[in-house]
Design a protein around this ligand. Structure first.
Ligand code: ATP
Length: 201
């Protein structure tokens, strides 16, 4: 079983996330994409993030209509900060037979050496699925020098550049601007029902 590990804050999840997950699944021949909800990511400490249970509701709604998508709350089971290397270890316990493919953008690949325990991270995944981005071209030779073994693990995939971000959606909701078609219909319904992001803090 080949499992894609797709981590995010998903505040809210949007169609950019769905498109990425579907393209990764198709091009990396994944049997499943796990949407791993991050309680409080290290780089977002201090910013205000919607309640975990609210984001869980939204991400479940975004993942519900695709049988390849599954939501994982594995990061809720240990205190933060939540580093990718530790998440992979937790997922390996849960899915002992699976090969785990960590999904990320080209910019994150470039920054990988600065991540917490990058060598351990690499050792713990079968592959790294990287969204190819012309503007974030990665010098693999240099990366290989800093992080030996990375080249063999990286698999690029293509997905359209969808200029949608969760922060823009939050700003639109706060300003009373339309955001309906930027999110899956079920997410839109929850956002309206819960009146999410009506004021930005
Ligand atoms: P924010 O605007 O609050 O920073 P975001 O839209 O980037 O949020 P995250 O939950 O932080 O959403 O993203 C989870 C993952 O999805 C990250 O790896 C991010 O690079 C990727 N991602 C976010 N938006 C897009 C998009 N439009 N197309 C492809 N990938 C995306």
């Amino acid at each position: 079983m080949r499992i894609g590990v797709f981590g995010g804050t998903f505040d809210p999840p949007h169609i950019g996330h769905q498109i990425l997950a579907a393209d990764a699944a198709a091009q990396l021949a994944l049997d499943r994409v796990l949407w791993v909800l991050t309680p409080t990511p290290p780089h977002k400490l201090g910013s205000s993030i919607s309640a975990d249970r609210t984001r869980l509701r939204l991400v479940r709604a975004a993942a519900a209509d695709n049988p390849l998508f599954e939501v994982s709350t594995v990061e809720f089971e240990r205190p933060g900060p939540h580093f990718a290397a530790d998440t992979l270890a937790a997922l390996a316990l849960r899915y002992p037979q699976a090969e785990l493919f960590y999904l990320m953008g080209g910019d994150s690949l470039r920054d990988l050496p600065t991540w917490h325990e990058p060598a351990l991270f690499l050792q713990r995944c079968a592959g790294v699925g990287v969204m190819r981005r012309p503007e974030a071209a990665v010098d693999m030779r240099r990366l290989e020098e800093v992080l030996p073994g990375i080249t063999a693990k990286v698999q690029f995939f293509d997905t359209p550049l969808v200029d949608i971000s969760a922060s823009d959606i939050r700003a639109r909701a706060a300003a009373g601007q339309p955001y309906r078609y930027l999110v899956p219909p079920a997410v839109f319904r929850w956002m309206e029902r819960l009146q999410l992001y009506r004021s930005l803090s």
